[in-house]
Design a protein around this ligand. Structure first.
Ligand SMILES: C[S@@+](CC[C@H](N)C(=O)[O-])C[C@H]1O[C@@H](n2cnc3c(N)ncnc32)[C@H](O)[C@@H]1O
Length: 267
């Protein structure tokens, strides 16, 4: 598939959502949103993020990456692509599989079946990060299964994920609070991004931050997103209070057993 690399200024392009789907309860009340996107901009700088990982784990044979609340998979796929593009498939292998989960059974069914609904802006972002080689990682899906039609997702294009990254991400259904209890502690990165406000109640957020701190061991970190400090949630404060230290060069990274450069959390 040939898709032209558009001339967007990625840094200044607006935020958008590739998998936009509101989930409501039986009475029609909004519960949560599956919104996500390829190379979501609140990672700040994907190249720098992979450089950070590569430096942190330069002497590590196996790196454990977990993505809690992964939604359709844009986040683990973006990371898998970036690792492959920057390190090459062989060197990136020690980061795989990325273990992804979400409590939304429908979104995980779609991810397990290898479908990814995306917007035109995602196509631009993928091309930008792969030097125009979106076709290496995705095909256009030739048909849309009925259950995806019923999910009422907003997208421009339904993609079929190619094995080169599909095989690198293992999806399962699960609540973040439970999934974080069964992680490997050392050399571990937890992407816990853009869902903290959906943990209704400060006590649940504090509990998750404490659980993560208790479970994680050496050379490990938690990564948060912009949404996690909004809608009444303040995940970075919860993580800081639990004992994590914010990386001075990367305000989305909260490390365990790090040198405390700063006594403040980033807001
Ligand atoms: C805004 S999306 C974020 C997706 C992705 N992490 C990102 O940053 O692009 C929020 C996702 O969190 C999931 N979610 C909310 N609360 C959760 C919980 N307690 N456990 C697992 N998934 C949860 C929702 O199903 C939804 O897919």
């Amino acid at each position: 598939m040939q898709i032209n690399l558009s001339n967007i200024n990625y840094k200044n392009s607006p935020n958008f959502s590739s998998c936009c789907r509101d989930v409501k309860d039986n009475s029609g009340k909004f519960i949560y949103r599956n919104d996500t996107s390829m190379f979501r901009q609140d990672i700040r700088n994907w190249d720098k993020f992979v450089d950070y990982l590569n430096k942190k784990f330069k002497n590590t044979d196996r790196v454990n990456i977990y993505c809690l609340a992964s939604s359709a998979g844009d986040e683990p796929y973006s990371l898998a692509i970036k690792l492959i593009e920057k390190l090459g498939e062989k060197e990136a292998e020690r980061y795989f599989p990325i273990i992804a989960s979400d409590y939304d059974e429908k979104i995980i069914r779609m991810a397990k079946d290898g479908y990814l609904p995306i917007m035109d802006e995602d196509i631009d972002a993928i091309n930008l990060h792969t030097n125009g080689r979106i076709g290496k990682y995705f095909d256009i899906a030739y048909s849309e299964p009925e259950y995806i039609k019923d999910m009422d997702i907003l997208f421009d294009c339904l993609m079929q994920v190619k094995p080169i990254i599909r095989d690198k991400v293992k999806f399962s259904v699960g609540d973040a609070a439970e999934k974080c209890k069964i992680i490997n502690p050392d050399n571990t990165i937890i992407l816990a991004r853009n869902f903290w406000p959906y943990l209704r109640g400060e006590d649940k957020r504090i509990k998750l931050a404490n659980e993560l701190y208790k479970k994680l061991g050496k050379n490990s970190a938690v990564i948060v997103g912009n949404y996690d400090n909004s809608d009444g949630a303040f995940a970075t404060q919860n993580l800081y209070d639990a004992g994590f230290v914010c990386n001075p060069e990367f305000s989305i990274i909260y490390e365990k057993n790090a040198f405390p450069y700063t006594k403040t959390y980033i807001c």
